[in-house]
Write a protein that binds this ligand. Sequence first.
Ligand SMILES: Nc1ncnc2c1ncn2[C@@H]1O[C@H](COP(=O)(O)OP(=O)(O)OP(=O)(O)O)[C@@H](O)[C@H]1O
Length: 195
Amino acid sequence: MGKIFYIMGKSSSGKDTIYNRLRTDETLELSKLILYTTRPMREGEMQGREYHFVQEERFCRLKEDGKVIESRTYETVYGPWTYFTADDGQIADDEKNYLGIGTLESYMQLKNYYGEEKICPIYIEVEDGERLKRAIAREEQQKTPKYEEMCRRFLTDAQDFSEEKLREAGITKRFYNTELENCIKEIKNYIQKLQ
Ligand SMILES: Nc1ncnc2c1ncn2[C@@H]1O[C@H](COP(=O)(O)OP(=O)(O)OP(=O)(O)O)[C@@H](O)[C@H]1O
């Protein structure tokens, strides 16, 4: 049976960086599990690569059709942003291995939907001070840095990824993204063992 390898971690822990490296690693042969979001595209992002960027109306229609596996809405300083996973036939090929990225909550919903044997968590961790420095550095690169939103996420993450919630979700293994190449190597070993 194919697996879904699901990357999680707080903001600026390096999820996107690691995801993109694993996704383009041909030795792993991982198909993309793309989530949906109603948030606007960030600079450097591409439609259908990081997310399917959709309007609110599309989310409502998929929900009405019973195709939304999980969803969460954040009240941001720019209005509500919804992130969701839709059963749009992506996982139809049961033998393939998939790579996904999301939150702890979406991981739990997917685990309920597809079963525990199907979904393997990859939890990325970075020491808070270092993570905040990386978040600021990343924001500085943007044309219009959104420091307020960055701070909001930093605080929300502390709750969303609390030790209690990690325990409840059954996350026992952590991949420390202190040095990127080492972290990627460890994750690759883990994936290859489970494939
Ligand atoms: N090991 C590392 N050492 C130094 N910088 C890193 C490392 N890993 C990632 N970064 C940098 O940290 C920043 C945050 O990484 P990234 O955008 O991948 O995080 P993320 O977890 O996807 O964040 P978000 O959830 O907010 O989108 C980026 O600028 C990235 O280049």
